[in-house]
Write a protein that binds this ligand. Structure first.
Ligand code: GAR
Length: 188
């Protein structure tokens, strides 16, 4: 059983998809802790519902990224966390975490990277008028949504309909992320 931490800043639907995959016995992992930089995010409620510990912090309470990341590292080490899974964590990962978890941090992004990195990738894709966008799972490095690509899936845009497009993308994310994690943890 691979011990993981899920980092999230928002709704946490990907967190939930991973947890449900674990509970169905498909993904042999355990979410030791959910880490969030947004103490009021809905992901906190979801985690509580599943009885998973949460570490919620406000970056403004810390002098620097290195300071709060050191605190996070302490918690992850206490829990013997092996992999960090970013699921809508809207913050760059700094040197402290990258050094402690080399090649053990992954992210999911709602576009076919390198297209549309950063915030609101779905809005960016709609704005640009692309007909196909998608989902990418990749290793995390110091950049924003950069790092070696592990898996991608294409998703057709529903013309002029952001909500419907978003729904398609999330559905693909919820399948692709647990499936990709399974392969990574089984070292395939
Ligand atoms: C997901 O669509 C994820 O791909 C995206 O945030 C959303 C979080 O949703 N991540 C990024 O944009 C990273 N740059 P969730 O909180 O419901 O899982």
């Amino acid at each position: 059983t691979t011990k993981i931490a899920v980092f999230a800043s928002g709704s946490g639907s990907n967190f939930q998809a991973i947890q449900e995959s674990i509970e169905r016995g498909e993904l042999n992992a355990n979410i030791e802790v959910v880490v969030t930089d947004k103490p009021n995010a809905y992901v906190v409620k979801r985690a509580e519902k599943f009885g998973i510990p949460v570490f919620a912090f406000s970056p403004k309470d810390y002098a620097s990224k290195a300071t709060y990341e050191s605190e996070i590292v302490k918690i992850l080490k206490q829990k013997a966390v092996e992999w960090i899974v970013l699921a809508g964590y809207m913050r760059l990962i700094g040197d402290t975490l990258l050094t402690e978890y080399p090649n053990k941090i992954v992210n999911i992004h709602p576009s076919l990277l390198p297209a549309f990195p950063g915030k609101d990738a779905i809005g960016q894709a709609m704005e640009h008028g692309v007909k196909v966008t998608g989902v990418t799972v990749h290793y995390v490095d110091e950049g924003m949504d950069t790092g070696p690509i592990i898996a991608q899936r294409a998703v057709e845009v529903v013309d002029g309909n952001r909500e419907a497009t978003e729904e398609r993308i999330h559905k693909v994310e919820h399948e692709l992320y647990p499936k990709t994690l399974k392969k990574l943890f089984e070292n395939k």
